[in-house]
Design a protein around this ligand. Structure first.
Ligand SMILES: [Zn+2]
Length: 285
């Protein structure tokens, strides 16, 4: 399939009340696990890259792996830059062929966030690249973004409405009480706020901090308008555990391809489990 942006897949997901999994990958092996799990389930999928990962490998190699995997795939696959506050990295990814980007200017004052997000939309939209923008402060650590509990705050409803009507993002990430990383205790999700934001903005919502939420919370958020669910932490665990578990069980063997195969299977299992949970299996047609 030709490379896809997020527009059509998120629109259909919002309409059909299911969600597209957006999985943060780390290298070729993890990217392959995401694309192949989606193909087996006939599910549209988003391969998500963090800024750190793009800087580690370089945009060139990553987009080459992506084309290699996504072009022959029988399901729509988008490549999306996650939480980016650096214009240079956004530009670099756009130039290299990313089909979607997230501008995260949520730590800035409202007007500044609006201006920066607008700049990215104006840069990306003419090229057919979709844009996700964030409002509020999601607690936890994601990549280079650290938000302490006392500094986290939910997105304001009126500001969300104003933001979306002015920017018209393809996907909106309001802070609704989820967290990046591992949850300590039961998260307090602002379901009513989510419902109102969806009703008043009519933009597909991205659910950040997906790892560790219960099935019930996922289902409720998806019903209330979350059309994109980000899974990052769970894949970091699968990436390391898949590799080390194999090695710990076979400590005499030094055959890295076996560890990598075990890692691939562990990652694919995690992706499969999430796609089934989000209801996007069979939605690629
Ligand atoms: Zn996030």
């Amino acid at each position: 399939m030709p490379l896809e942006n997020m527009k059509a897949m998120l629109g259909k997901a919002k309409e059909g009340k299911y969600a597209i999994g957006a999985f943060n990958i780390l290298d070729y092996n993890s990217m392959k696990a995401v694309v192949q799990a989606a193909e087996e389930l006939n599910a549209p999928v988003i391969v998500q890259t963090s800024v750190k990962t793009v800087k580690f490998w370089g945009a060139g190699p990553m987009i080459a792996w992506f084309r290699e995997l996504a072009e022959p795939a029988k399901v729509p696959v988008a490549i999306h830059l996650d939480h980016c506050k650096e214009m240079d990295v956004i530009k670099e990814c756009i130039e290299h062929g990313w089909t979607s980007v997230m501008i995260d200017a949520s730590s800035k004052p409202f007007e500044e966030n609006l201006a920066l997000s607008r700049q990215v939309v104006e840069m990306a939209r003419p090229k057919g690249i979709t844009v996700e923008a964030e409002l509020g402060a999601i607690v936890g650590v994601e990549d280079d973004i650290h938000v302490k509990e006392q500094d986290s705050h939910l997105a304001d409803l009126q500001q969300s409405v104003e933001f979306c009507s002015k920017i018209k993002p393809d996907c909106f990430a309001p802070a609704i009480g989820t967290a990046h990383g591992i949850y300590k205790g039961e998260p307090k999700i602002a379901f009513d706020l989510l419902k109102e934001i969806t009703e008043k903005t009519n933009v597909p919502i991205a659910l950040h901090g997906g790892t560790g939420l219960s099935q019930e919370v996922f289902k409720r958020c998806i019903k209330l308008g979350c059309a994109k669910v980000n899974i990052s932490t769970q894949l970091k665990y699968a990436f390391i555990d898949g590799f080390t578990e194999y090695h710990n069980n076979n400590p005499q063997e030094y055959n890295p391809l076996k560890e990598l195969a075990a890692q691939y299977h562990k990652l694919k299992e995690a992706v499969t489990e999430n796609i089934n949970l989000f209801g996007s299996e069979g939605k690629a047609d």
